[in-house]
Structure formats: C-alpha cells, structure tokens
Write a protein of this length. Structure first.
Length: 417
C-alpha cells in the first residue's frame, strides 16, 4: 500500500542511480536495475484516474450536449451583440437584480492573461523550470480545453476532478518523443501549469457565482480575486521557505517527525509519477506486465457513460443520468486505507443533512443548509490553523492522547513507507 517505488525484490528503488550527473536518464544503469515496481493501490489509482478523465469528456458530450450548446449560443450572442449582458439572457430573480451591475470587460481578462502568459514564457525560456518551452503552450491549451467539461461537472455536482496524473502522463509522452528534458522535476512543473489553468478558472467561476448569489458587483469580485492572488504570493513563498528551513529533514526522511504531521507522502507520490512518466517513459513503462492494463482505464472511462446513456433510455425511472461515472471513477482512485479519520462522521452527517433533512425537513434544510456548511468550513479551517500553531509551528508538543487517538499517530493517519 506504499506510494513509493520498489525493486522487484521489494527494496527501495535507487532513483539516483538511473540519473546522470546532469539529471538525465541513465539507460545503462536502468538496464541493470530494471523497471520500478509500485504497490497495488498505486496501480489502482492510476487506472481510475485515467478512467475519470475520459469519462468527464464522454459524459458531458452525451448528457450535457444540450446545455453546452445553449451556453455556447448565448456566449456567441454576447460576443457579437454590443453591450449584451449575461444577466439579460436569464429571467430568474437573481439575474434580474444583477442587471444593475456592470460586467467585467473581456479586455480585463485579456490583459491579465497576457501579462501572466508573457511572464511564464520568459521564466520557462530561462530553462530553470526544466520543461521545453513548447510544452508550456500545450499545457495552457489543454487546460483551456478541459475547463468546459470539468467546469460543467463542477457546476452540476460541486465536484472538482483532479487531473494531475493525466497531465503528467501527457508530459511524459511529449518529452520522451524528443531528445533532452528528462528531468523528473519537469513533470511537476508541467502539471502545475496545466492543472492551474483549470483550477484557477474553476475558482473564478466559483467566486463569480458566489458574488452572483450575494449581489456583489462582478468588477468587485474580479479585483478581490486579483488582490487575493497578489497577497498569496509572498505568503505562499514565506510558508515554503519556512517548511524547507525547519522541516526539510522530516521531508527527506533523515529524521522522523514525532507528531507524524510531516511525512512527505504527497512529495513521494509526485516523485513516483515523475520517475514513471519522465525518466522511464510511458512507452517503456506500459510494456511491463504489471502496467499493461493501466491504459485501458481511458477506454473504460470513455465507454461507461455510453452504457449509462443506453440504460437511461430504456429505464428512465431508474435515473441512470444521475449515476455520474466521472465522480465514481475519481472516488475509486482515492485509497482510503491509510486515512481513517473523518469518513464515518462524513457518512453520518451526509445522510442526516442530504437525505433525512432534505426529505422530511425541507424548509429547515433550505434555510440553514448552506449557511451551516459555510460555518463548518470556516470552523474547520480555523481549527486546523490553531492545531498547527499550537502543536507544530514552534516547540513540538505531542497531541493529547485519548481513547480515540492512537499514540503512534496523532491523526490515526499512518504514514506509508
């Protein structure tokens, strides 16, 4: 159940041995060492990550065609008609109230994109991000394309599909088709660019929708997003520097964190994907017997919505249109065996709120559900901040032990070696 790489005998895979001094792939050493092996749960996650990606596109094309077509026609109308507003294309009460506000001009988005685009092109061109500059254009392009199916899914279900695995696979296919650029770090850089092209678009849509509900002028929402992004730059950098300066030995495994907060599991997962897709390469990787079935996840994801569409046509009362395979596959890709806290209470809370209260106390649910959800979100984040400040930021203080708190792990989240 580990998220690291291994040799065929189960020992740790010597990643540094298949790297040259200039961080390139050492084919001679690889021929001697052999292919890296991963645990069953990593293979499982890869398969369903691939399935969820193609499922999102296939599901939208089948079940969301009419809505997407209607939205595109409205977009074309606004683009060709002078002074057209999106709020004038809908007659609900919120849109009517929103008509009194000016919308964000397209030029503002174009300027913001242009500045960011030029800045990133310049940085990538220096070579310090370990990716060829042409892959940057692919990253931005693919990110722009997936905004439509993933944004549609998010709008319907509030489910954000993680796409990091597929992005890094695409990067591995590209860089292994040319010479050079085999530094594993490049996969994470490419994934950050391609992923954020979608994630930031999703945040923009989310904030604009919240502003729509709260009758906040779109221009005010736009500037709040820009201000928040600029504010986050020094804060994020300061936090990263603090982590590297104070927790680096925990992340590298030189020391063990007594609180089990700093286990570097995410970094280990990123390194595993980078070695697989960039150093080894998808073609060489998928020729190995344990990996051969993984690419079929794309086929399963593309076909599954078609099956449910047929079932929905013949059995409309079963509402198969609500059985979203994208969410199902994405949830299947997440391994819950090493994270034991919270899920039982989540099931209980979800059942009470979204089943019992929605069906039998609807007026109460309609009035308080979203306010209560926002309160819980704020309380959870504030609680996490306090736990970090009191138990992990300065002097290390062990979490108090009680009957539900395993001494070996303050969160009962057992790190995988």
């Amino acid at each position: 159940m580990s998220n690291r790489l291994f040799l065929v005998n189960g020992t740790t895979y010597p990643i540094n041995d298949v790297l040259t001094s200039d961080a390139k792939f050492n084919e001679t050493a690889y021929a001697e060492i052999g292919v890296p092996y991963v645990s069953t749960h990593v293979l499982w996650s890869m398969f369903f990550d691939y399935a969820s990606y193609t499922s999102a596109i296939s599901w939208m094309a089948i079940f969301g065609y009419k809505q997407i077509r209607s939205s595109l026609l409205k977009f074309h109308e606004r683009a060709t008609k002078k002074d057209a507003k999106i709020s004038e294309q809908y007659d609900d009460q919120l849109s009517i109230l929103q008509r009194s506000y000016e919308e964000v001009p397209f030029l503002w988005f174009a300027i913001l994109f242009g500045v960011s685009f030029i800045a990133l092109v310049t940085i990538v061109a220096t070579g310090n991000l370990y990716i060829p500059i042409w892959t940057y254009f692919v990253a931005v392009g693919t990110g722009a394309v997936v905004v439509v199916p993933l944004g549609w899914l998010y709008a319907l279900s509030n489910f954000q599909l993680p796409i990091g695995t597929t992005n890094e696979l695409l990067y591995g296919l590209m860089v292994n088709a040319v010479n050079g650029h085999k530094n594993p770090t490049g996969a994470s850089v490419y994934g950050s660019i391609a992923g954020n092209a979608w994630y930031r678009a999703q945040l923009n849509l989310q904030d604009m929708k919240i502003g729509h509900y709260m009758h906040i002028p779109p221009k005010a929402v736009f500037f709040s997003q820009v201000f928040g992004s600029f504010l986050g730059i020094p804060v994020n950098y300061a936090v990263i520097r603090w982590v590297l300066d104070t927790k680096f030995d925990y992340l590298t495994g030189e020391k063990e964190d007594p609180t089990h907060q700093w286990t570097a599991q995410s970094l280990a997962s990123n390194l595993t994907m980078s070695v697989q897709y960039v150093l080894i390469g998808p073609r060489r990787l998928f020729q190995t017997h344990i990996y051969k079935i993984i690419p079929y996840g794309f086929l399963v994801g593309a076909v599954a919505p078609v099956i449910f569409f047929i079932l929905n046509r013949y059995f409309p009362q079963a509402k198969f249109r609500l059985w979203n395979t994208t969410i199902y596959f994405s949830a299947m890709s997440t391994f819950y065996g090493n994270i034991s806290t919270g899920y039982f209470s989540s099931f209980v809370g979800g059942f009470v709120v979204m089943f019992w209260a929605y069906r039998y106390r609807y007026e109460m649910w309609a009035r308080w559900n979203y306010i209560l959800a926002a309160a819980f979100d704020a309380g959870f984040n504030f609680n996490m901040l306090l736990i970090f400040l009191f138990f992990g930021a300065g002097k290390i203080i062990n979490m108090p032990h009680w009957w539900g708190n395993e001494k070996a792990s303050s969160e009962r989240c057992f790190a995988l070696d």
